[in-house]
Ligand binder design. Sequence first.
Ligand SMILES: O=C[C@H](O)COP(=O)(O)O
Ligand SMILES: CC(=O)C(=O)O
Length: 221
Amino acid sequence: MVTKHLTYAQIEKVPLVAVITLKNIAQAVPLAEALKKGGLTNLEITLRTPIALDVIRLLRDEFPDLNIGAGTVTDPNLYRQAKAAGAQFMVSPGATPELLVEAAKYHEIPFYPGVCTPSEMLLAESYGFDHVKFFPAEALGGAKTLKAIAAALPNISILASGGITEGDLADYFNVSSVYAVSGSWFIAQDLMNAGRWDEVEILTRSAVIATKNARSKALKK
Ligand SMILES: O=C[C@H](O)COP(=O)(O)O
Ligand SMILES: CC(=O)C(=O)O
């Protein structure tokens, strides 16, 4: 069983991860600044664009106080490249045995294998990963599905992602095994393209406050 890493604990402090896909590297620093001012510290840079590894390197240099991870880490080679770029955590939409073996070599870097089913959760756990990403959460039935799974697999911690918006947060955090959510609903591409960073900051602050409220209400139950 994986011990609780520093970065798992860091995500748990503000249990919200921004999922960021950037095509323009000039947006990286102003976006990270807006997210940071809004109170968010966990940034997942998806490896879906050619600049993604450069963005990770840049943000690690510029924001030593933020938790910068890599998303869409779909094979061992991408895992190694993201590690070399300085990613502090790794996320995948799904996982192959080869990827799980590679990630298991570096348990100091938290890895969230993507899962859809209890079988995939058990497979991830058998490689030592008890924190997984449930993706695409809303399309898979969202909190209702997770509640049913948590009844049988209460020790697998869930990062829920995919189609989640602010109004869904209470439902997710009411599921005992959900420890964090991730998404992009507060990072509107049109605001970024227009350089309206103040508005990104406002949306981020709202998402952070809603996340903290949803979790603290759930913990009091
Ligand atoms: O990694 C996850 C998703 O791409 C984030 O989902 P979202 O863009 O639907 O919030
Ligand atoms: C969707 C997802 O989990 C990823 O891109 O990493």
